[in-house]
Design a protein around this ligand. Structure first.
Ligand SMILES: *[C@@H]1O[C@H](CO)[C@@H](O)[C@H](O)[C@H]1NC(C)=O
Ligand SMILES: *[C@@H]1O[C@H](CO)[C@@H](O)[C@H](O)[C@H]1NC(C)=O
Ligand SMILES: *[C@@H]1O[C@H](CO)[C@@H](O)[C@H](O)[C@H]1NC(C)=O
Ligand SMILES: *[C@@H]1O[C@H](CO)[C@@H](O)[C@H](O)[C@H]1NC(C)=O
Length: 445
């Protein structure tokens, strides 16, 4: 009995152990499956977001900017599922594109031009006969500068990069890398320390303009861009629209309000008062003399599309030189300098003073969304606001591309990386579409 009892006990015990053993096994098995599943998911996520031409990179250890797995046609069509996906991507902590990676990549020019497709850009005859110049006033985020150049690129355009004296060493090296690898990209010969709303911002563009005039490329128009701008047209579309300008300039130029008049009726001093900007021009009680040569003041923004003849005239005009000197101690002179000189009687591509205001929405150079005009003039911002300007989100892609403007501001990969990626894709698509109707000349290697 005892034996059988103990044997029964043993059997019970071993059954329990067996069950426990199996349960543990099962638990381990489940755990393992879960682990494998997560690894697979992780690999899938990683795989989805690695750069397109990853095959080339694995061997070299070099990389470009981050690319996300998204259907840009669906984003453009405002497909709710795809837009929702872009919002999910935005909420995740994003990998920052490092200046160092562009610096390394441009260390090998043949590799860089091949990977970024600079070596096989074809242009139409129309584009070849109409070179454009760019003045890029930038200070950080090297990859955005490269993407801006790539999105507007034609081998016969010319690009001047003005980097800030305060820029980081890695950023400067990346910019030098770009100018080293691309024959039509150069660094401004004179560089300013640029402070927000001060004359230095204007001088940075003027430094590039004077270098661009000396270049052997006989560009027809010059466009200035900053690091948060992006084009809304491909080069071939832009060339065809600038041809139609027929030598006139395109920029905002309006009569200033009483409030804005204070910007140049008082003397301003650059002071170390701002944490955000380091230095800012501060208004004093000292009144300024009226502008020289009886110049009538107009106000606009810092962005322009100017003809070569107009820029040549600026460079040789005493009136313009005196006006620039007078503007030194005003607030944000870049926002009244261009708007005023384009109204000077007799300048090439003049906007006569008698003509009504040209607002920023009438000028096609730069599309900007102001917080206080949203819903009355345009649909609301789907990104974020900074100083009442919208940093666009992916849901605005359709609106941006169909508004008719040439460039827009502001874009930031930290706010919405999908929008920039999809604009690049769409511009490339538009370029092919427009070029399909023309004769192409291709740059070799
Ligand atoms: C992307 O979305 C469009 C609709 O907007 C659809 O026609 C197309 O098939 C999609 N492409 C892929 C690869 O899913
Ligand atoms: C540069 O990249 C090319 C691939 O395009 C590679 O064959 C070559 O070895 C690289 N050169 C150097 C110096 O790393
Ligand atoms: C272009 O401008 C020139 C002179 O500025 C003028 O003679 C010509 O008629 C204009 N052409 C068109 C199509 O507007
Ligand atoms: C611009 O002006 C400077 C000084 O007046 C002059 O030396 C230079 O030749 C001008 N550049 C061009 C391209 O006309």
């Amino acid at each position: 009995m005892e034996t059988s009892s103990s044997s029964g006990e043993w059997t019970r015990m071993s059954t329990r152990r067996l069950i426990q053993f199996l349960a543990r096994k099962l638990f381990v098995f489940c755990l393992l499956s879960l682990l494998i599943l997560s690894v697979l998911l992780f690999v899938r996520v990683k795989y989805n977001t690695i750069p397109e031409s990853s095959g080339l990179f694995r061997a070299s250890g070099l990389q470009t900017f981050f690319k996300h797995n998204i259907n840009c046609s669906a984003i453009y069509d405002l497909d709710p599922v795809e837009v929702g996906k872009s919002l999910t991507i935005r909420r995740k902590k994003m990998v920052e594109d490092k200046d160092e990676s562009l610096m390394s990549l441009t260390g090998n020019c043949s590799f860089f031009t091949q990977v970024r497709g600079y070596d096989d850009v074809c242009i139409s005859e129309e584009e070849r006969d109409f070179p454009l110049a760019y003045s890029l006033v930038v200070h950080k985020n090297a990859w955005m500068v490269e993407r801006l150049i790539r999105a507007t690129y034609s081998p016969n355009n010319i690009y001047c990069i003005h980097y800030d004296q305060k820029s980081s060493a890695h950023f400067v090296s990346a910019m030098q890398g770009l100018s080293h690898c691309l024959p039509n990209v150069f660094i401004a010969s004179k560089r300013e320390a640029v402070f927000y709303a001060s004359i230095s911002r204007l001088k940075a563009d003027l430094n590039c303009l004077s270098d661009l005039l000396r270049s052997e490329v006989k560009w027809k128009y010059v466009v200035n861009l900053c690091g948060q701008d992006f084009p809304l047209k491909s080069n071939i579309e832009l060339v065809s629209e600038l041809r139609e300008l027929n030598g006139s300039n395109m920029l905002e130029t309006s009569r200033p309000s009483q409030l804005k008049r204070q910007r140049f009726t008082f003397h301003y001093e650059l002071k170390d008062i701002s944490f955000e900007y380091q230095k800012l021009p501060v208004k004093t009680q000292q009144a300024k003399s009226p502008p020289p040569h009886g110049i009538e003041m107009f106000i606009g923004n810092a962005y322009f599309v100017l003809s070569r003849e107009f820029v040549l005239h600026l460079n040789s005009s005493d009136v313009v030189r005196d006006f620039l000197a007078w503007s030194e101690d005003t607030y944000s002179p870049d926002e009244h300098f261009w708007a005023t000189v384009v109204r000077l009687p007799g300048v090439p591509g003049e906007v006569p003073r008698s003509l009504p205001d040209i607002t920023d929405l009438m000028s096609k150079t730069r599309l900007v969304k102001w917080h206080y005009l949203e819903e009355s003039l345009y649909p609301p911002c789907t990104g974020e606001h900074v100083r009442s300007v919208c940093i666009f989100g992916a849901a605005e892609m359709h609106w941006l591309l169909n508004y008719g403007h040439w460039f827009a501001n502001k874009f930031d990969p930290k706010v919405d990386p999908i929008l920039i990626q999809c604009l690049e894709e769409k511009l490339e698509e538009k370029r092919r579409l427009f070029q399909a109707k023309t004769i192409l000349t291709c740059r070799k290697g």
